[in-house]
Design a protein around this ligand. Structure first.
Ligand SMILES: Nc1nc2c(c(=O)[nH]1)N(C=O)[C@@H](CNc1ccc(C(=O)N[C@@H](CCC(=O)O)C(=O)O)cc1)CN2
Ligand SMILES: Nc1ncnc2c1ncn2[C@@H]1O[C@H](COP(=O)(O)OP(=O)(O)OP(=O)(O)O)[C@@H](O)[C@H]1O
Length: 248
């Protein structure tokens, strides 16, 4: 694990992809694009928000173009690494996500989790509450619907029952989807602020779950912009490495 992390940092520091020579890069305030094959539009430099959106678009593209075979290999690599994490091995209540648009797939973990008697939860768009999440039990027989983004989630009547859901603070570990990350375990998501709002309690005293980002290695950038509301992750696990931030 340590070796993998080390390797990851080395790769990041030693940019042999020619990116540094890319004349587009100085225009972009936040991140050098490792392995970025598409030059950024000049518009990306116009404002931090536009730059962030351009970065989000590029990173979403990177994961979307992966082939089904690459996705399967990546999912296996991810789950193999997740199983080694102490934060996962000791957890009794874990949230996963159902992957969309090229997200790395954590579902091969399910049989292992069920075998160990772990309670598994999925994020559900919380009704009557702007962009925040509930975590609802996901077990054989949980009725599912598609939410407004086309992501499958437990059905409203099932989620409405208190006994079927948990607040985020009561989970031991959340496996968090992401669009981009950096070596400091900063996260960029789909842009709705769902996880950041739901995890805002992490800034205050009290119980805190472990937050593990899951991503393809190609979603790493040198540096992400950090916004005041961003909640940093404990670690990020990819298909090829476990990335832990330097001690905070
Ligand atoms: N698999 C998965 N489930 C998840 C998340 C996630 O990132 N991945 N979320 C993490 O927060 C929440 C949902 N957040 C989302 C936010 C934006 C879009 C999205 O596709 N936005 C479109 C615009 C769609 C529209 O406005 O109708 C886009 O950006 O193109 C999807 C999910 C909860 N469930
Ligand atoms: N704790 C919060 N309270 C209020 N607004 C928030 C909070 N966190 C995020 N937001 C708002 O959500 C919007 C989207 O934030 P951001 O771009 O960081 O989302 P994201 O982390 O990429 O998305 P997601 O968590 O849904 O994957 C921002 O405009 C921000 O104002």
């Amino acid at each position: 694990m340590a070796a993998a992390t080390h390797l990851n940092h080395k790769v990041q520091g030693h940019n042999d992809s020619g990116i540094l020579e890319n004349p587009c890069l100085p225009l972009f305030p936040y991140s050098s694009f490792r392995a970025c094959s598409v030059p950024l539009p000049d518009a990306a430099s116009a404002s931090p928000l536009r730059a962030k959106n351009a970065l989000r678009r590029e990173l979403r593209r990177r994961r979307r173009v992966l082939t089904p075979r690459q996705q399967r290999t990546a999912a296996a690599g991810l789950c193999q690494r997740l199983k080694t994490l102490p934060e996962l091995r000791r957890a009794r209540r874990i949230s996963l996500y159902l992957p969309v648009s090229g997200e790395i797939d954590p579902l091969p973990l399910l049989p292992w989790l069920y075998r160990r008697g772990v309670n598994v939860y999925l994020p559900v768009l919380r009704p009557f509450s702007a962009n925040s999440l509930w975590f609802v039990a996901y077990r054989p027989g949980t009725p599912m619907i598609k939410n407004r983004f086309g992501i499958r989630e437990p059905a409203p009547r099932f989620s409405a029952r208190r006994a079927n859901r948990l607040p985020a603070w009561a989970l031991d570990t959340l496996i968090v989807p992401l669009v981009g990350f950096d070596a400091h375990a900063n996260r960029m998501g789909m842009g709705g602020g769902f996880y950041d709002r739901t995890l805002a309690f992490m800034r205050h005293p009290g119980p805190k779950p472990t937050l593990i980002g899951a991503a393809h290695a190609c979603q790493q950038v040198d540096r992400l912009p950090v916004e005041p509301w961003d909640i940093a992750l404990t670690a990020i696990v990819t298909d090829t490495a476990v990335v832990r931030p330097p001690r905070r």
